[in-house]
Design a protein around this ligand. Structure first.
Ligand SMILES: Nc1ncnc2c1ncn2[C@@H]1O[C@H](COP(=O)(O)OP(=O)(O)OP(=O)(O)O)[C@@H](O)[C@H]1O
Length: 513
């Protein structure tokens, strides 16, 4: 293409070769075609979104663009030059970095050590200059306005700080192209704002971003252009301004979808109380009392630091509370015991699916049924036929993209792994379903499926606790308790206005209290 010809998609005209250009990329995993002659071109200085349903091939493309995996076919070029050989990590680091949802820093090392891992300043005798290392780390973070004490262990960083440290590390290697893989998934609204401000600042300093998110409004807010993948293929690249939300969803799903809004049917007023949480106090001092009736969906909202996740973890036994009781269907749960909670009929989708959710090396079937051995076998023997049947049903009900029940969970895309966690929670036929940020990382369509499942569960007479700061998750609730700094500060009935809920989560006084 001539450098001066106007671009057909209306983008800026420039002579710069693209920061990255990947063409005809094909990648197989066994019988799965993860990418099929896919392509992407990211221009210097832009914020480019990459979207697609769970399993569309986004992470696979990222692993190829960052030199972690070789493509089976196709070519990648940075600034018009062919990508370095796979083994030359330093050369890759100078061109591109990806900040993943899952941290790549080593928690037991200090921030300074993480920043200079493998490139410690050493004296001639081979000793590491700790003071110099610290000074250089401080300078590096100061250069990029990251306000973090470099002497603290990386495990002490918040998600937001960790992301900023990883971005600074990438920049220090010389990379000016950064891929952000669902960076907002674990941030609250204030954290997202700060991240976006930082991205805009860095763009002003010549940094280019590829931004992966399932939150379409973020793409409209932040990005110039968007590329859509579907079923391993490139579907379209266009300026975001030229693509309506509906057109974007249609490109992602291959159908013209208008999202159905489920009717809201409140539980009957005389339904029995199933869950009673009395004077629960968490180790960090957050407090909660609540009751939920059979068939009721109760939301627990709040931003990061509100204590909502801590109280949820105390309810289900993932954390030991400092005080209070949790009673489910008349049975007082043993504090800090997940097995006791499961035995009482709790189904759980935890916040950290990597840590508490799944065993990646086991199959979908094994993961779905691991908490319900009694449902798939007798006398300690597990019937694989029954297990597979249950797993097959889960795969169908939740539209999990997996070749079959025997596929290891590690081979599924992130969003499909999240659905397996949901499937496991449901396999217990729960009396109480506790969902902590259940739709994080889940595509628009799958979100609808997961939230639809809640409706089924409630109709069966279970109680549901939805712990989230996502308005779409909370919209399905009969009422929403809002927590702020460890206390419930308000309660909103179904049909609340977005502004009211957001204000309450930010700690602004509510008329509704
Ligand atoms: N290591 C692997 N082994 C086998 N199959 C894999 C492997 N990694 C990915 N896949 C498959 O390749 C396809 C694309 O997955 P990928 O992780 O790239 O999707 P994604 O678009 O990033 O999805 P998500 O939004 O859920 O993160 C999926 O069908 C997935 O199951």
């Amino acid at each position: 293409m001539s450098a001066t010809a106007p671009r057909p998609d209306g983008g800026p005209v420039d002579d710069d070769p693209p920061v990255v250009e990947a063409v005809e990329i094909t990648k197989r995993f066994g019988s799965t075609l993860a990418l099929s002659r896919a392509e992407i071109t990211v221009r210097r200085g832009e914020a480019h979104a990459l979207v697609g349903r769970n399993g569309a091939g986004k992470s696979t493309l990222v692993s190829i663009l960052t030199g972690l995996q070789a493509a089976d076919g196709g070519a990648v070029a940075f600034a018009g030059r062919p990508a370095p050989p796979l083994g030359d990590r330093d050369a890759w680091r100078q061109r591109v970095a990806c900040v993943y949802q899952k941290s790549t820093i080593i928690p037991t090392l200090t921030v300074a050590e993480n920043l200079f891992l493998h490139r410690h300043a050493r004296s001639r005798s081979g000793l590491i200059h700790w003071s110099r290392l610290r000074r250089e780390a401080e300078q590096l973070l100061a250069d990029w306005s990251v306000d973090v004490d470099v002497r603290q262990p990386a495990s002490a960083l918040s998600v937001e700080q960790r992301q900023f440290v990883e971005i600074a590390r990438a920049l220090s290697f010389g990379a000016r192209f950064i891929i952000l893989d669902e960076p907002t998934a674990q941030l609250d609204a204030a954290g997202i704002n700060r991240l976006f401000t930082r991205i805009r600042d860095l763009r002003a300093h010549g940094v280019t971003f590829l931004f992966i998110s399932h939150h379409l409004q973020e793409i409209y807010e932040l990005c110039d252009r968007v590329t859509v993948f579907r079923d391993a293929r490139h579907i379209v690249t266009a300026p975001v301004a030229a693509l309506s939300r509906q057109a974007l969803v249609a490109a992602m799903t291959g159908e013209d979808v208008t999202m159905p809004v489920a009717d809201h049917r409140p539980p009957t007023a005389d339904a029995p109380v199933l869950l009673a949480v009395r004077d629960l106090v968490t180790a960090s001092g957050a407090e909660l009392s609540l009751e939920a009736r059979a068939g009721e969906v109760v939301g627990l909202a709040g931003s990061g630091g509100s204590g909502k996740v801590e109280v949820a973890e105390a309810i289900v036994g993932l954390a030991r509370p400092a005080g209070g009781t949790v009673t489910l269907a008349g049975r007082v749960l043993r504090p800090g015991s997940v097995p006791d909670a499961l035995a009482a009929g709790v189904g759980l989708v935890p916040q950290d699916r990597h840590r508490e959710g799944l065993v990646p090396s086991l199959s979908v079937a094994e993961n779905v049924t691991m908490t319900v051995p009694h449902r798939v076998g007798r006398y300690g023997l597990i019937s694989s036929a029954r297990r597979d049947a249950l797993a097959r049903r889960t795969i169908a009900d939740l539209t999990i993209k997996a070749a079959g029940p025997q596929v290891p969970v590690s081979e599924l895309s992130g969003g499909n792994q999240q659905k397996v966690v949901m499937g496991r929670a449901l396999a217990n036929d729960p009396r109480l379903l506790v969902l902590v940020t259940p739709t994080a990382g889940v595509d628009v369509r799958a979100k609808q499926t997961l939230l639809g499942v809640v409706e089924d569960v409630r109709r069966r007479g279970a109680a549901v606790l939805v712990v989230s700061d996502e308005l779409d998750d909370l919209r399905i609730c009969d009422r929403v308790l809002v927590m702020f700094q460890g206390r419930v500060v308000g309660e909103l009935a179904h049909g609340w206005r977005d502004n009211d809920l957001v204000a309450a989560m930010e700690g602004v006084d509510l008329h509704h209290v």
